[in-house]
Design a protein around this ligand. Structure first.
Ligand code: ATP
Length: 218
């Protein structure tokens, strides 16, 4: 991963892959410019936010012209490190883990799940979606040898912290945590927590409590 990522607000950084995917499609269809209104409609982000996001990377957009698609794409590709493959390990080959192995984020051509780990002898030694499943006994060895910087956690919540403590001692710098457990890590490690049950509940909550045309604040 690049250390040259400029300092842009985290909320902006999170929207970059969304913009990037849309601009790739535009570029493929031969479009050379795009207005913030068109972008806004396509990615469902309001156009003021888009203009502010884009101003962070010096794309100011001209009135009546919009943004140059080629310029934006080059910028995003550099920023998102599309040219460099980031290796990912997945831990816990249950229902969710298996789905990820089969999916393998192939549309993101900059990340790839290289290997998976589990404790279940029926799963160890198999391969799912072309990804080998190894024993947890070999976790540190593979992660260190392959210099894997990112791990996806799809294990039962009660074992998540114990596994995280092991990851911390390898080259892993980022953890995508799909378990409901809140993880303690040193400040050198970044954890993104995706609790699917909470996300679903929160969606249902917003549907019930906010009228459809009022956007809740993030
Ligand atoms: P399944 O139906 O395969 O059990 P699941 O997603 O319902 O899937 P979970 O109990 O959530 O099952 O476990 C997810 C996976 O994590 C399973 O494959 C399980 O073998 C594995 N697992 C459990 N404990 C550990 C551990 N300590 N280290 C690594 N993997 C583990």
């Amino acid at each position: 991963m690049s250390n040259e990522m400029m300092k842009i607000p985290q909320a902006t950084a999170k929207r970059l892959p969304l913009y990037y995917r849309f601009l790739q499609n535009l570029y493929a269809s031969g479009k050379q410019r795009v207005s913030s209104a068109e972008l806004s409609e396509a990615v469902k982000v309001d156009s003021a936010t888009i203009r502010r996001d884009f101003s962070y990377f010096g794309a100011l957009g001209k009135k009546g012209y919009g943004y140059n698609v080629g310029y934006l794409l080059t910028f995003f590709r550099r920023t998102l490190d599309q040219d460099e493959l980031t290796k990912v390990a997945l831990i816990g080959v249950g229902n969710l883990g298996t789905a990820f192995l089969n999916y393998n984020f192939l549309k993101n051509n900059n990340t790839k799940i290289e290997c998976a780990f589990d404790v279940d002898p029926k799963k160890i030694g198999t391969s799912i979606g072309n990804v080998p499943v190894y024993s947890m006994d070999d976790l540190e060895r593979y992660l260190v040898e392959d210099e894997i910087p990112v791990a996806i956690l799809t294990v039962p919540a009660p074992v998540a912290q114990m596994i995280t403590d092991r990851l911390v001692k390898t080259n892993v710098k980022g953890i995508l945590n799909f378990t409901p457990a809140r993880l303690n890590v040193p400040s050198s490690i970044r954890v993104h927590h995706i609790d699917l049950a909470v996300e679903l509940q929160s969606l249902v909550y917003f549907l019930k409590h906010y009228p459809m045309d009022i956007e809740p604040e993030e």
